[in-house]
Write a protein that binds this ligand. Structure first.
Ligand code: AMP
Ligand code: GLY
Length: 423
């Protein structure tokens, strides 16, 4: 099998790492990849958004399977374009990727399929949205309808904050056309869990559950980020019930509408006092959740992805180790607002040599033989162990072996939200 992974983050490094272990693999490319993927695959200098060039490359190089990491190319029709060229791409069509590409679409689908979610209203008129916010009061959640690189959601504790979010999204178009509509939601409280399933249009297999740590600082303080770390599995989480409640009804409804969903479906859940409720769907693996999930997978990922393309997942059973894993993100100074590029990371071999540790690269580049920071989230260091405490110990031991002086990280990744945040 000749496989092309698309993306350049820690998630794509982890996907490439998992795929490179497959005996079925004969050639692995990553577009555009990073210096970490270059160690195990051949990087191709094509950006993830250049769909035509990706199709041309896949055609010319007889790629058998395309494995996209990020949502952007899927929402923009990557899978459709590959299908036209006769190439399997394990991700949803643009029509099915609307589950992530439009919050209002996902919320309407929840209502149609009786999937529990926060109460919501959609607005295309800013003044109507403002009236609604004022009538409803705070706390309230304001969301840009379209993609906004994870930044289009404001959980507002005051009406003023909600109105400011509305102005940024609809009036100032901080996220461009993604702000042509807003979704305003009831604010839910509880612990968050990310549920992952691999889907083939009709059947789904469980890919694991994880918890992200979205805030920048220890003890869940500071601004929201793309994710500063993840743990898996989530103790006490009833994955079978969540698959029945939040994955299978989506597949049935999408198939009924004539837009069956193939690929990784990621349900972001809030475990409220009234039971689990859907916060959002994503149509891909999470980052850094992927880096925490894949080291626990015992089965070969490649045939599972192929089966998901083929509609053959019904016969598939993925096997997992009993281990837990903890993934710690190391970020550049200034992240998330304005990460400073160019600091010297140093030699990662001591960190990678820590037993049961894995080093995944994201925002890195090589210049003059030196590995430099080149983005916000720069490294994900993953540890596995018999339980979360053991996995945490491995991850932080490896973090301690990274010579990068400027890099920073949270010290409480892998502690449950209810645990005290001690380093
Ligand atoms: P999203 O981009 O939809 O994942 O939202 C980002 C984050 O905002 C989520 O992970 C939650 O922490 C928070 N969030 C989104 N919707 C709600 C809601 N209805 N109630 C409370 N928090 C929310
Ligand atoms: N870590 C959350 C996400 O990838 O959306």
């Amino acid at each position: 099998m000749r496989v092309l992974v698309i993306g350049s983050g820690g998630r794509e490094h982890a996907l490439s790492w998992a795929l490179s272990a497959s005996p079925l693999l004969t050639k692995l490319w990553v577009a555009p990849g990073n210096p970490g993927t270059a160690l195990i695959a051949e990087n191709v200098a094509i950006s993830a958004i250049h769909i035509e060039r990706l199709v041309q490359f896949a055609r010319e190089n007889e790629v058998d399977l395309v494995v996209p990491g990020p949502e952007g190319p899927l929402v923009a029709g990557l899978t459709d374009a590959m299908a036209e060229a006769g190439i399997f791409c394990i991700g949803p069509t643009a029509a099915a990727a609307r589950l992530e590409g439009s919050k209002a679409f996902a919320k309407q689908l929840c209502d149609d399929a009786a999937i529990p979610t926060a109460l919501w209203e959609q607005f295309t008129d800013a003044e109507e949205a403002r009236d609604f916010i004022r009538r409803r009061g705070a706390p309230v959640v304001v969301k840009a309808d379209g993609l906004a690189s994870g930044k289009g959601v404001v959980v507002a504790s005051t009406v003023e904050e909600a109105e400011a979010a509305l102005d940024a999204i609809m009036r100032d178009r901080a996220f461009g056309d993604s702000g042509a509509a807003v979704v305003i939601e009831e604010c839910l409280a509880g612990e968050e869990v990310s549920l992952f399933a691999l889907c083939d249009g009709t059947d789904a297999v469980f890919l694991g559950a994880a918890q992200d740590h979205k805030r920048l600082g220890d003890g869940d303080t500071g601004p929201n980020t793309g994710g500063m770390g993840a743990l898996s599995p989530v103790p006490g989480f009833d994955a079978a019930a969540a698959m029945d409640g939040f994955i299978r009804p989506v597949l049935a409804e999408m198939a009924r509408r004539g837009t069956p969903f193939h690929g990784v479906l990621f349900a972001g859940l809030m475990l409220t006092a009234d039971g689990a409720k859907l916060i959002e769907y994503n149509v891909r693996f999470g980052d850094p959740e992927c880096q925490a999930l894949l080291p626990r997978l015992r089965s070969d990922l490649l045939p599972a992805l192929l089966a998901a393309c083929d509609g053959e997942l019904g016969r598939f059973d993925l096997r997992w180790t009993d281990n837990a894993s903890v993934a710690v993100v190391m970020a550049a100074p200034g992240y998330p607002a304005a990460p400073e590029p160019g600091s010297d990371i140093g030699d990662l071999s001591a960190a990678a040599a820590v037993p049961s540790a894995l080093v995944f690269q994201a925002g890195t580049r090589v210049e003059g033989g030196r590995l430099l920071a080149d983005g916000g989230r720069v490294l994900t260091i993953c540890g596995t162990g018999a339980d979360l405490a053991a996995a945490r110990a491995v991850a932080y031991e490896a973090v301690g072996q990274v010579p990068w002086q400027e890099g920073f990280y949270r010290r409480d990744i892998g502690l449950r939200p209810s645990s005290p945040a001690t380093p």
